[in-house]
Every structure is written in C-alpha cells, then in structure tokens.
Design a protein around this ligand. Structure first.
Ligand code: ADP
Ligand code: MG
Length: 331
C-alpha cells in the first residue's frame, strides 16, 4: 500500500489506536490541534508539534531565514490559539544539510526568538542533527488553559453560526506568487501572509474566556479542509456563504489580475492561521463584541447544519457541495 492510497489523515487514523497506556489525565490524545492533559486541579497542559520541511513547506532560496524561524514558532502558536490556550514553553529540533551556512541558521534562530518573545514563550531546548538532503525544523510547544475553557473541534452543533477571526486567501496567493514566479503591485503583503503569519493567540484567549463558542480550529489547511475537520469531529455539516467570507482587497485584485479561482485558493489552499469556529446564534453578538473590544475581528460566514457535508451558497444564490479537502500530504 502506498501513502497516496490513504493520504495524511488516513495514515494518522491507522496509527492512532493503542497510543495511551495511562489514560487517567488525558483529556484529548490524537485528533485535535493540541493534545490536552490535566496538569493541576483546574489547569490543563496543551501540547502540540509542527514541522517545516525544505521543498515541502518552504524553498530555501525564496525564504528569508528570519521569516522561516518566525513561522516555525507561529504555526505552533496557532495550534495553541485554536484550543483557546496560552503558549508557554518550546523545544526546537533541526536537521541541517552541510550546504546551509551558519549565518542562515543564526538568522533562523533570531526569527524564532523574536516570535517567542512576542508571545512570551521560553525556548527550553531541542535537538540538532545533520541531514543528507533537506533542512527540517520541528518545534514542539506546550501551552496552558483552564480545563473548562478549552475549545475542541468536536463541539459544533446544528444552527451554530460559523465564524472566522480574519480574512482568508492571502497566504495562498503569496504561495502562488512564489511558485509561479509572478510579480504584482503590492505583492509584499501577500508574501508576508504566506511567510510570516500572525497567529491569533489573543483571539483564541478571548473566545475561550467568553465560554460561549462550541468549537474552534485554526485555518492551516484551507477553510474547507479545516471546516471539514470541525464537521467530521462534530458529526454535523455546514452551509457557508461566498459573499460573507472575508478576504482582502489585495487578494481579490491579485486573483482578478491573474484570472485565478479565488474561491479555490480560499477554500482549499490557504494557510492563513486565522481561527475558525462555531457559536450558538444567541451568543454570537456577545462573542463579536468581546473580540472587537480586544482588537480582534469576528466574521460570521454561515451556519452549522445537521446534514453532513459542506455546502457553499454562491453569489448567484445557488448552493453547491464543496469538498472538505485542504492541503493533504501524500495525495
Ligand atoms: P494541525 O494541522 O492542527 O497541526 P494535524 O492535521 O497535523 O493538526 O494533525 C491532526 C492530529 O493528528 C493531531 O492531533 C496530531 O497531533 C496528530 N498527528 C499527526 N501526525 C501524527 C503522527 N505521525 N503520529 C501521531 N499523531 C499524529
Ligand atoms: Mg491546527
């Protein structure tokens, strides 16, 4: 059997049984943005890890090392944000081919340290090895939350409002710019969305503290892929509205200029690292107010429905099925 027969998520499904030998303090093992286990009476530890691999996630020549360092921490911060937690301690492991100059590595670490400083995270250790082919960076991050406040992918309920905490699409456009070697007026902001995403840790904290949201995830595989995770884990479906999905003017101008399918980039490609969640309709106003008071955004984009699957109401008023697929390694 080949990995492409089962895909990234099929592989994770195969390995996830019999992984726990002590279950008493484990609240969530494999299957959410972070694992969750009880550490003190009312606090839980959130534990996550994410890897960036040269030529899969970034191209060395096209990537300023400081940005690479920042992103390696940011993608992990985003998973803590997706649970509503506070990031705390990180370990960094790196596999280095000998063609990579020490100055490039120094700059990666400057980037990591700047991102860690911004989010009050300690870098506590890691591991260093040589690599025959590619540069690989792995970060493991621990965070903390009150047990009652943690938000999972699995809590969405019928009639919930589906919301985003920021626009989607720009990171996919930034990646497209690099892959297609394009240039565009104002391209720097699109490149930045791809290279140097800002994790929505503050928004995650506010959502958790309000205690009204039913589910939360970060958008790391495209809106449809990640909404698909919420729906699968919650055993529901969703209907979202094209006209309500927030994007930037620059992103729309980019898609128009190069005649790209903007919906495809937003739904199936983007690693925008905004948060996507669901909240009962009667509490949506309260959540929106709290997010806005904290300098964050709230964009309602549709509803959770009982019937499984994802559907999109387009600008012409017709409804079509969309695949709950985002980035999936091996497919
Ligand atoms: P995210 O995109 O939020 O980082 P992933 O889609 O990478 O989440 O992972 C989904 C779940 O599968 C997570 O709970 C993660 O910890 C788990 N997981 C991913 N890869 C492995 C692996 N190789 N072994 C065990 N668990 C894994
Ligand atoms: Mg995630």
């Amino acid at each position: 059997m080949k990995l492409k027969d089962i895909g990234e998520f099929g592989f994770i499904d195969r390995v996830k049984s019999e992984t726990l030998v002590r279950t008493e303090n484990v609240i969530k093992g494999i299957g959410d943005d972070c694992s969750v286990y009880r550490s003190t009476r009312d606090l839980v530890t959130l534990f996550t890890t994410d890897m960036l691999v040269e030529d899969i996630h970034f191209q060395l020549k096209a990537t300023p090392p400081g940005k690479l360092g920042r992103k390696s921490i940011a993608v992990n911060l985003s998973d803590i944000a997706a649970m509503g937690g506070i990031p705390k301690e990180a370990l960094i492991s790196i596999a280095i081919p000998d063609r990579v100059p020490v100055e490039y590595l120094d700059a990666i670490y400057e980037g990591m340290k700047s991102m860690a400083r911004e989010f009050d995270v300690n870098l506590l250790g890691g591991d260093t090895t040589s690599s025959i082919s590619h540069l690989v960076i792995n970060v493991a991050l621990v965070g903390e939350a009150r047990e009652q406040e943690v938000l999972y992918r699995s809590g969405a309920e019928r009639d919930d409002i589906v919301f985003l905490t920021g626009p989607v699409g720009s990171a996919a456009a930034g990646l497209d710019l690099l892959l297609e070697n394009r240039s565009f007026d104002g391209q720097e902001a699109l490149l930045e969305a791809h290279r140097d995403p800002s994790p929505h840790v503050e928004a995650g904290r506010i959502i958790a503290a309000q205690g009204v949201a039913h589910s939360l995830i970060d958008v790391s595989d495209g809106l449809a892929g990640d909404l698909g995770h919420i729906c699968a884990e919650s055993k529901v479906g969703a209907l979202i509205e094209e006209a309500k999905i927030p994007t930037t003017e620059l992103f729309r101008a980019y898609c128009d200029h190069f005649e790209l399918d903007a919906m495809h980039l937003m739904l199936h490609i983007g690693e925008d690292y905004v948060l996507l969640g669901s909240v009962p309709e009667k509490a949506a106003g309260k959540l929106e107010k709290a997010l806005k008071a904290g300098g964050c955004a709230f964009f309602p984009i549709g509803k959770i429905v009982a019937e499984p699957g994802l559907r999109l109401l387009d600008r012409e008023g017709s409804v079509r099925e969309i695949k709950p697929s985002g980035w999936n390694h091996f497919l």
